[in-house]
Design a protein around this ligand. Structure first.
Ligand code: ADP
Length: 475
């Protein structure tokens, strides 16, 4: 099968969150299953350092609302996969990936470039796999402008994966001029242009990244106002659980770790990693004390409000160390700084994005907090479990589908979970986890083994996508 995977971010070249990881893990696993996959993604500023390895593929013209822009295509192979970068200096070579006033124009350009590129570099896929709002307009533009062009375009099937429904690409209606069509309700939602809504209307099939999130987004609570549009397409909407790249996230072979370890020497391995990280972060070194961590975007989605209402009490009344890592919302960053200042020796923070510190923190930690308000899938908790770190999560979306709650009677479980979005419930679970670490080492070690044994492999995920592609193609 020929698959073109279009994503606004792709590890290891650009990353703000889980979409980038997925844009690496899934194409790689699909290639291993024998499919011909190309990843198409913007050429951001940070990518220029790889330029010497790239080959020029061609160029095309993008016409948006009467203005013509040129884009270049470059390709390189990484880990056996073909990446195609869409270069337009004006739109993409900036400091950040998103958050500009002209994002609608930037990602309209990317959308056209994907479609134009197929002709330029002669790769017409059976499946055009789109991701999130940045590529949400592609099925619409394909219908309006490209299917009539020739049979290659005519027979393309699309899949839109929704990684996070909160981000919809909602803009003032003036941006519709970039679509080169008459006004159309297909992309209008509450009097605004909505890229994701257009994708929901027009993609052949839609999926989201966990079965539970699939159900949640069709409710008023979880639908971010698109529940009606999704309900209308419920027969074409499926939930496929994300996997993680088990080669990239493998404590046995992770070059970023102080000490590598597997399930057999997990206790020793984690202690050595913990020792070095506690030193690095200037925390009091006590290896019999659990290290509790957070790694993630500092956005309200992640349940940081539950932390601001409960963490101080947990820090004061428990024997534990805390390392809080992330960036985003200023007030949450300030809160992490405040905790580190108030509890020197016990709490540290890392404000920023750093892949290697994140890996080392997953390995060194014993407990990983992820009390999300909603969570389409969540990779953090899966990575944590793979590194023998037990997650404390709220039972929502993919967190519910991936973490088996601890059962004190049977010893089953891979983490701790609570159901209501309530700071007290979170606090109690966190205390429970810390107390269990101190009071029942055998039980704890059993849970760590359960967590490490869980299969979150990208192979499982890729097989599920292949089945969906086959349904789409009717083969
Ligand atoms: P989301 O996609 O909502 O941001 P996920 O849990 O699905 O959340 O994926 C987050 C990914 O980004 C994980 O690989 C996580 O380790 C990584 N990550 C998040 N914050 C940081 C950070 N500050 N530094 C390094 N890696 C981070």
């Amino acid at each position: 099968m020929k698959i073109l995977f279009a994503s606004s971010e792709a590890y290891p070249f650009s990353k703000t969150g889980g979409l980038a990881d997925m844009a690496y893990a899934l194409p790689k696993a699909l290639s291993k299953l024998g499919h011909d996959v190309r990843i198409i993604t913007p050429y951001y500023q940070t990518i220029s350092k790889h330029h010497h390895r790239m080959a020029f593929l061609g160029k095309s013209s993008v016409n948006m609302g009467g203005t013509t822009t040129e884009v270049n295509y470059f390709t390189l192979k990484e880990d056996g996969m073909s990446y195609i970068f869409v270069q337009n200096m004006h739109y993409f070579e900036r400091d950040k990936l998103y958050g500009y006033n002209d994002d609608a124009e930037r990602f309209s350009c990317f959308s056209y470039a994907i479609l134009e590129g197929m002709e330029t570099f002669d790769f017409f896929p059976h499946i055009l796999h789109l991701n999130d709002w940045q590529t949400g307009m592609v099925p619409y533009l394909l219908d309006q402008h490209y299917r009539p062009r020739n049979g290659h375009y005519f027979s393309i099937h699309t899949l839109l994966s929704i990684h996070n429904l909160e981000y919809q690409g909602s803009f003032d209606t003036y941006v519709s001029r970039f679509f080169n069509t008459d006004f159309d309700y297909a992309y209008i939602h509450f009097d605004r242009v909505n890229f994701l809504k257009a994708g929901i209307e027009r993609a052949t099939k839609i999926n989201t990244v966990s079965p539970t999130y699939r159900d949640e987004i069709m409710t008023g609570d979880g639908g971010f106002s698109l529940d009606g549009a999704l309900m209308r397409r419920q027969d074409d909407l499926v939930g496929i659980l994300n996997g993680i790249d088990t080669d990239l996230f493998d404590p046995r072979n992770d070059p970023m770790l102080e000490t590598q370890y597997g399930i057999k020497d997990v206790k020793k391995g984690k202690r050595l990693n913990k020792e070095s990280l506690l030193h690095q972060f200037d925390l009091d070194v006590d290896l019999d004390t659990p290290l509790v961590s957070y790694i993630g975007r500092l956005a309200s989605q992640k349940g940081i409000n539950l932390m601001t209402r409960s963490l101080e009490e947990v820090i004061m009344y428990s024997e534990a160390r805390f390392i809080l890592m992330g960036s985003g919302n200023d007030s949450y960053e300030d809160y992490f700084r405040y905790l580190a200042e108030k509890f020197p020796g016990k709490v540290a923070n890392y404000i920023g994005f750093n892949e290697s510190i994140a890996h080392r923190l997953y390995a060194a930690s014993d407990i990983f907090m992820m009390p999300s308000r909603f969570e389409p899938c969540g990779l953090g908790q899966m990575i944590a479990m793979r590194y023998g770190t037990l997650p404390v999560v709220r039972e929502t979306g993919g967190l519910k589908d991936t973490v088996t709650p601890y059962n004190k009677f049977t010893g089953q479980g891979t983490g701790f979970s609570f159901s209501h979005y309530d700071a007290n419930d979170f606090k109690e679970k966190l205390f429970e986890a810390i107390n269990l670490y101190h009071s029942d080492k055998d039980m704890w070690d059993g849970l760590v083994r359960n967590a490490m044994k869980t299969d979150f492999s990208q192979k499982k995920m890729a097989e599920a996508y292949v089945s969906l592609y086959q349904i789409i193609l009717g083969v």
